[in-house]
Design a protein around this ligand. Sequence first.
Ligand SMILES: C[S@@+](CC[C@H](N)C(=O)[O-])C[C@H]1O[C@@H](n2cnc3c(N)ncnc32)[C@H](O)[C@@H]1O
Length: 148
Amino acid sequence: MNSITKKFYLDIEISKGMKVLDVGCGKGATTELIAEIVGENGKVIGIDSNRNALYRAEQNINLNKLKNINYICADLSNLDIENNKFDAIVGRRILKYLPDPKSSIKQLSKLLKPSGVMGFQEHDSTNLINDEKMPLHSKVNNWIRKLV
Ligand SMILES: C[S@@+](CC[C@H](N)C(=O)[O-])C[C@H]1O[C@@H](n2cnc3c(N)ncnc32)[C@H](O)[C@@H]1O
């Protein structure tokens, strides 16, 4: 999955020296991919509301001696980083967990530089077989949604 994600970041033209916001970064897998692309003159801020996930993410940056990542524990519905402007804002598997993704995207867009880009990588479940025919699948899907 990370190779597809990396291609996606390159396709939306994330590049060396950029300042990027990774929303719903979890344990930092995506944040580290971005850190590699933007390089030492770039910067990535990863945001997640789950402290435990961020603790794991912090451990990885220490282990891999990554100097261009900062993690912030915050809820996307209540972000207080107004003074920051980003070249790119990205997220992977986050929109489906937000109660009002449209309004979150609108809020996040205020943090973009004028020429900035925003890109989200989400599962496309529109081609799934009708959920009603798979009650167990639907039940497990709801459990995962609640858990995250
Ligand atoms: C499925 S994980 C994806 C993690 C990471 N983006 C990845 O692809 O590896 C979803 C993440 O979104 C975070 N999340 C969900 N709702 C959030 C919110 N309102 N504000 C901040 N983070 C949130 C969860 O804590 C979780 O770490």
